[in-house]
Design a protein around this ligand. Structure first.
Ligand code: UDP
Ligand code: MG
Length: 315
């Protein structure tokens, strides 16, 4: 049977590690699926890495790494993909919100020849109204901009080794895992799952971090905001044509003094457009700057003993 690697990004999840490991071990041993668990502690400041080390000593199928600081979930996912040795690699959250019972089903589908098995949310779990509203709006905007149903898609996926290698070869630093598997193509199948309640601790997302995540993902997957600048330019030109004609007519008919309000309004509108455009350009410029610097996506400070070599972050 082929080895299944399970990548589990974990940021301040000390209370979840042992439980997640025992639940997964139970299920995978029962289904007789050879496995390895790869916990990536994303610069956790609580006892997460110590908890990973402890389960790794008890269970040789558990590997772990600690980042030198918090690099974000995307970086954890990619570090996990890098360390994974499996023929198939699954990614799931540490808080068991992605039901582990779905894994054997995903594994079966992979054995049948599917190269990307996507977990699709059938319903969002019991999350607060505020979270629902903000996440709802966030996913709507994102879906429109990058043409991918963000509401249902998630990071819960199982990928064939081929797909993992494609993702690892990508040079970009500002990745968006969910959409990248979709972008990569391959023979894909969807599996519905119900989002479970978080087992321990709180969600790491605040409205602010969600918005920052949205912005960075939109700019990494769409150049539409840049085209928006052109659109605003066209509107300005149309407006200036109309007003230009009006001004000329007034001038020629000899009553050109009026129009102070128009001047103020125009300065405000055009100034607004220019500022907004500069902001959009600046955002892309910042992205390019980040990519050009070519810094690693993450830096690993420690790994458990069963992880071979490779201490510092890979591109
Ligand atoms: N996570 C991470 N780095 C971060 C934030 C989150 O690795 O900077 C992990 C976290 O430990 C969890 C998963 O990403 O395993 C999903 O995070 P969370 O449960 O907070 O998000 P939600 O389920 O509310 O979307
Ligand atoms: Mg969660």
């Amino acid at each position: 049977m082929s080895l299944l690697s399970i990548v589990i990004p974990s940021y301040n999840e000390e209370g979840n590690i042992a439980n997640t490991e025992s639940v997964l071990r139970g299920i995978l041993e029962r289904e007789k699926i050879p496995y390895e668990l790869i916990f990536i502690s994303d610069g956790s400041t609580d006892g997460t890495y110590e908890a990973i080390q402890k389960v790794s000593e008890q269970n040789p199928c558990v590997k772990g790494a600690q980042f030198s600081r918090n690099f974000g979930k995307e970086a954890s996912i990619f570090a996990g993909l890098q360390l994974a040795c499996g023929d198939a690699v699954a990614v799931m959250d540490c808080d068991l919100q992605h039901p582990p019972e779905t894994l054997p089903e995903m594994y079966r589908l992979w054995q049948e020849g599917y190269e990307v098995v996507e977990g699709v949310k059938s319903a969002r779990g019991k999350e607060g109204l505020f979270y629902k509203l903000s996440a709802g709006l966030f996913y709507k905007i994102m879906s429109g901009l990058i043409k991918l149903d963000m509401n249902a898609s998630s990071d819960f996926k199982l990928l064939d080794r081929k797909v993992v290698n494609v993702l690892l070869e990508l040079k970009e630093r500002n990745t968006f895992f969910r959409a990248l598997t979709f972008w990569a193509g391959f023979k894909t199948v969807k599996v519905e799952y119900e989002v479970q309640e978080r087992k321990y601790g709180k969600s790491k997302w605040s409205l602010f971090s969600l918005m920052r995540y949205a912005l960075s993902n939109v700019t990494s997957f769409s150049t539409l905001p840049l085209q928006l600048v052109t659109f605003m330019g066209i509107i300005s030109i149309l407006l200036s044509l109309i007003l230009g004609i009006q001004t000329l007519v007034r001038y020629l008919s000899g009553n050109a003094v009026e129009g102070f309000t128009t001047v103020i309004l125009l300065i405000l509108i055009i100034g607004g457009f220019i500022m907004l455009s500069l902001g959009i350009l600046g955002h892309y410029l910042a992205r390019i700057y980040e990519e050009v610097k070519g810094r690693p996506k993450y830096i690993i400070s420690q790994v458990t003993e069963n992880v071979r070599g490779n201490i510092t972050g890979k591109a």
